[in-house]
Design a protein around this ligand. Sequence first.
Ligand code: GAR
Length: 206
Amino acid sequence: MLRARIAVLVSGGGTNLQALIDCQARGELPHGVLSLVVADKAGIGAIERAQCHDIACAVIPRREPGFEERVQKALTAYEIDMVVLAGFLGILSGDFIETFGKPIINIHPSLIPSFCGKGFYGLKVHQAALDYGVKVTGATVHFVNAIPDGGKIIAQKAVDILPGDTPETLQHRVMEQAEWKLLPAAAEQVARELVEKGKTTWNDRI
Ligand code: GAR
């Protein structure tokens, strides 16, 4: 069966990566195969998750020169068809996106267009939602283009903010109720579209 080869870019603990791994293990990612994890720094939890599940992992420090060229090389070497940003905290350049030329999707922990764009990442997003006083937040999966958090939206899910929430409690609720479900479902949707359009070459029966 043809499948889209997926690379996952990570910067942290990797709970969204874990959600993708669990989804694949349940057979709910039938059109994709997790083929590579790219960690943008050493020592992050996501690396261990990849290793535990025998997924190839490249550590490419984001702050070092040549980061994007090295990532691009790894994507080519692993014949990657699509990229998932799962808690990746860098911003990819327009050149990178154009050179790769295949779908890149991202999970963002708010309802875009609120609390998004440059400087909004991780707990800062939830702090901003609490500071503003909104009563509902959520998560968004979108295609990545040259505008940070500005690409076409694939899926969104709302999550209530509760009295007494801290950035940490809110982050956990948004992950549990929205991110860990939305991201794997969106990855499968994009992978299926690639397979149906004949844009994948990898066949797991060869
Ligand atoms: C997640 O909440 C993800 O949505 C967010 O970082 C966290 C990473 O957690 N991403 C961004 O803020 C991107 N702008 P994880 O490493 O446990 O998946």
